[in-house]
Design a protein around this ligand. Sequence first.
Ligand code: HEM
Length: 463
Amino acid sequence: MSFTPADEHAQTPVSSQTPPGPKQFFKSTLAFQRMPLQFLADLVRQYGDISQFRLLTFPVVVINHPDYVQHVLQKKNTNYDKDVFLFNTARTFLGNGLVTAVGGESWRRQRRLMQPAFHRQRIAQMATLMTEATLQLLKHWEKEVEEQRVLNVENEMTRLTLQIVGKALFTMDVSATSDAFGQAYAEVNAALTNYLRFPLIPLTWPTPRGRRYKQAIRTMDEIAYAIIRQRQQSKEERSDLLSLLVQARDEESGEGMSDRQLRDEVMTLLFAGHETSAKALTWTWYLLSQHPDVEQQLHRELDTVLGGRVPTMEDLSALSYTRMVLEESMRLYPPSWQVMRQAIEDDTIGGYHIPAHTIIFWSQYVVHRHPAFWHHPEQFDPLRFSPEEVKKRHPYAYIPFSNGPRVCIGNSFALAEMQLVLATIAQRYRLVMDPDARPVEPVALITLHPSHARMHVQPREIG
Ligand code: HEM
């Protein structure tokens, strides 16, 4: 397989033309609102690796070639920021935390400050709490198994990853508030998704939806501020991310973060640190249930490497197939399925003129199925992630965690967490789709969900 190097694209004659695409804005807006993944896949099929459509009045340029994504995320990253409606909308609930920060020096300062909390050694120290939280979940499952109840696996994974992120980053047990947080978050998610697909009525207007949205944010605020207050008043020494944030001082003024900035970072980490991992794990359980050959190979690896032991950080390099299963699951169903940036100044992509302020959009769901980079893209095949295959691949063909300077700060954390959770659970149990359930479809909200994940838990013998 070959791909055209980015520089070659840069040498394509500069055109004053904008990319091709459908002209009828109403039809495109409706299609994007109803079935965004289908709409984007069709757009790419019809117009190629760069196209343009109108979302109401905004022209949106959709890129799909890894070179173009690399251009925006890495080569010309300083020309692309997050002052764009996806993040401007998310800012109404995340504030100016690391995910939604527009860019520039203030983002860089925040990132530098938080980076040490995500170093390898720090993550290694978190492994035990990750497996302990998982074992606690399995304890809770024992009764469900006995009574052969059907579980909503997405809810189970969400509760687990929220618990892990609370313990790992804030040394807090958030289980008492996780249901309230989860419900409030579901409201925020529905409102944001609706607005992003059809950005006509601002969420700040006092419509029924706007009011519910505000109330949900109030609930989440209470939880975030309670976490901060508890730490500010605590005399105990801690060395977690929350302490790093609370103790941070500006190099010049010596001032600490305002309560508002602390709230934004806590909310961002609670949100970004659990939602995506929960979705990736849920998709993985679904895919394993549909591919018994892959499931058996996973079990073989777990039985050989662990033989019934609880996995540790030291086991992760030997659990390579476990990791490949997760990577392939995030290729087919990337939890973060859409990215947007705004061009700060005029630019050229793929020979097309990109005027300043253009919205650039891409979907990992579609990029991860690019037929020039993925053989039989619809097939679930973890071996695509063997080291030899990865080495051959364009570095921007697989971007579940994005890439470049704004790559996900939690990517190593998430991979270690998911490997440990998957290994701990899959050693003891199989998750089997409820035979009466409807077929599973991807639903593109803020993150990519399965339409449902009703599954039975079956104990398994360690071979
Ligand atoms: C499977 C799990 C995860 C996936 C798929 C994922 C995906 C992503 C993606 C695609 C971005 C880039 C967004 C953009 O620039 O437009 C991102 C950024 C970010 N993620 Fe994750 N993430 C995951 C887990 C986590 C975890 C566990 C944490 C924290 C504990 C985290 C914290 C963040 C933060 C703070 C950013 C913003 C980084 C910056 O802009 O400097 N993520 N993530």
